[in-house]
Write a protein that binds this ligand. Structure first.
Ligand code: SAH
Length: 262
């Protein structure tokens, strides 16, 4: 190695990074090769406990598993470690940009107000999101225009969720619902179904996809009139078609065309 000695400390200073990645819906064959490479290069993994559990332990790798409700703290910790030269993988399930850690990292970056953190190498690596993994199992219910809506009111008022459901239904979007129903809010999903029946019509198809790509996966398709709130829980992603969504044999699909019904 040649070069000015004075330059050495910067040349050899460990180069930290934060890579925010998605582990897909569950099955290991649905983790991208790019994500596997990043996990192999990381010194630290940060994320919600069940997602960090999916990362195999190895010497030189520190796992930091935290509870789900502290996303911005977790993200700040990741940025701090990267500033110290560590190679930090922030893990989410599915895709990190869909109701997950990618936005939390950028929120943390903004809140921290640390100008030197803006120079950090921060990258987002995509994964297969639950809605699209479920759609693929069902057929092609998202074959035309669609909206993805988080039904949890942790970070937004329920009134806004109702408005978005109604308007998306009236506009003829197919829809994918994340976090549809939890123990802390067992009855809001029944209200969501009521709004959807009004906005989309009771004969519209709705699919409940639970534990997609995991052992015990179940997929059930019924009409909105037949749907009940118990059909959904936090391990379910719910897919609602539009007026043209139909069955063909065991498959459900939405055609690529639509009429303007005014
Ligand atoms: N970033 C994730 C979503 C996190 S929100 C993604 O892109 O998929 C968590 C919600 O995702 C769950 O409540 C559920 O609605 C859905 N979900 C995640 N994995 C799932 C799976 N394997 N099967 C069905 N739904 C899943």
């Amino acid at each position: 190695m040649t070069g000015n000695l004075k330059d050495r400390p910067t040349d050899t200073a460990p180069k930290g990074w934060v890579k925010i990645l998605g582990l897909g819906p569950g099955d290991e064959t649905m983790v991208t090769a790019q994500v596997q490479e990043v996990i192999a290069e990381a010194t630290d993994v940060v994320g919600y406990i069940p997602y960090v559990k999916r990362i195999p332990e190895r010497p030189g790798l520190t796992l930091h598993a935290t509870d789900n409700r502290v996303e911005v703290e977790r993200a700040t910790h990741a940025l701090e470690m990267a500033a110290q030269g560590k190679r930090v993988a922030v893990v989410s399930s599915g895709d990190p940009g869909v109701f997950a850690m990618a936005s939390a990292v950028f929120e943390a970056l903004e809140l921290a107000d640390q100008p030197n953190w803006l120079e950090l190498d921060i990258q987002v690596l995509p994964g297969i999101t639950a809605m699209l993994a479920a759609s693929a199992r069902i057929g092609a219910p998202m074959g035309h225009d669609f909206a993805a809506i988080n039904l949890s009111d942790n970070l937004k008022p329920w009134s806004l969720i109702e408005k978005r459901l109604r308007l998306a239904g009236e506009a003829g979007f197919a829809m994918g619902f994340y976090n549809p129903r939890s123990k802390s809010r067992p009855h809001q999903f029944a209200r969501a179904l009521e709004i959807l029946r009004e906005a989309c019509g009771g004969e519209t198809l709705i699919s409940f996809a639970r534990d997609v790509s995991k052992p015990g996966e179940t997929i059930t398709t019924v009409t909105l009139n037949e749907a009940t709130e118990e059909m959904a829980d936090m391990r379910t992603v719910v897919i609602v078609g539009n007026k043209d969504t139909r069955r063909i044999g065991p498959h459900v699909y939405t055609p690529r065309y639509a009429r303007d019904e005014g």
